[in-house]
Design a protein around this ligand. Structure first.
Ligand SMILES: NC(=O)c1ccc[n+]([C@@H]2O[C@H](COP(=O)([O-])OP(=O)(O)OC[C@H]3O[C@@H](n4cnc5c(N)ncnc54)[C@H](OP(=O)(O)O)[C@@H]3O)[C@@H](O)[C@H]2O)c1
Length: 236
């Protein structure tokens, strides 16, 4: 039996990932985390866990519940909070917001990698995927702005690349991926959807289908890459 862990399973993309995995893998047990409110969705192959994945101790205790995990997909992230949006200019920078963004978009992946690598190592073809964002690409940045979000995703990407180098030694069959979903219709992108070109705002279901396909078909040779939903490699 395959064990798939979806972190942030109550989010727009995370929840669609759960449903896509249930459909595509009829023998998979899905483990899904949420932070605050337990989702209504129930299924005999879905188990919910309340975990704040920004807290080291919580991730450690959570990892101890498992013996082996085949895939981890981290779908946690923020772009804006109730009172703060992504920065348009330097004047808008705020240390509390910056730390909140780093703590949510970057830190959880470090903690999951630390505590779950031994669990993933027990399976034949482990996959560790995280939802990043194209705006975290340093070389592709032409518009500026969104300082904290861009910095958090660039740091996340560097972590993924670095982790993949360690996995080449210790989990030779493993794959580590940073994935760009494209602009997806979720609460995260909702305030910024006005200028999205026609046909470029994707449903979470479509994105989940694309990304699960990429994870499933990925090979160890692709480990440590930054892939768009289309399968194209993105520049760091
Ligand atoms: N939507 C897009 O257009 C788009 C584009 C590029 C990249 N992405 C990336 O895709 C990922 C998923 O985003 P989404 O669009 O699905 O957004 P979403 O619907 O807002 O979901 C975000 C998820 O993150 C969780 N979360 C937020 N802050 C957290 C914290 N401090 N600790 C633990 N969990 C926390 C939320 O859980 P709670 O509700 O419990 O807080 C929720 O499960 C993010 O990494 C985002 O950066 C999205």
């Amino acid at each position: 039996m395959m064990n798939i862990l979806i972190v942030g399973g109550n989010g727009g993309i995370g929840f669609a990932m759960i449903k896509e995995c249930l459909t595509q893998y009829s023998d998979a047990q899905i483990h899904a985390t949420y932070r605050r409110t337990k989702p209504q969705f129930q299924h005999e192959r879905v188990r919910w866990y309340q975990v704040n994945v920004s807290h080291d101790d919580e991730v450690k205790v959570f990892s101890e519940l498992f013996d082996d995990i085949n895939w981890i997909i981290n779908c946690v992230g923020i772009l804006h909070t109730r009172d703060k949006g992504p920065e348009k200019n330097l004047t808008a920078l705020d240390s509390v917001f910056f730390q909140q963004v780093m703590t949510t978009n970057t830190l959880p992946t470090l903690l999951l990698a630390k505590y779950f690598t031994p669990k993933l190592k027990k399976t034949d073809t482990p996959k560790f995927a995280v939802i990043s964002a194209k705006v975290g690409s340093i070389s592709d940045n032409q518009l500026g702005g969104w300082y904290s979000y861009r910095a958090s995703k660039a740091a996340l990407n560097m972590f993924i690349k670095t982790m993949s180098i360690e996995w080449q030694r210790i989990l030779k069959n493993g794959v580590v991926l940073a994935l760009h979903p494209g602009t997806t219709d979720t609460p995260l992108s909702e305030p910024f959807q006005a200028n999205v070109p026609q046909g470029k705002l994707f449903t979470p279901e479509r994105v989940a289908c694309d990304l699960i396909g990429l994870i499933a078909s990925s090979t160890p040779q692709q480990s440590g890459s930054f892939l768009a939903y289309s399968g194209d490699r993105l520049p760091w």
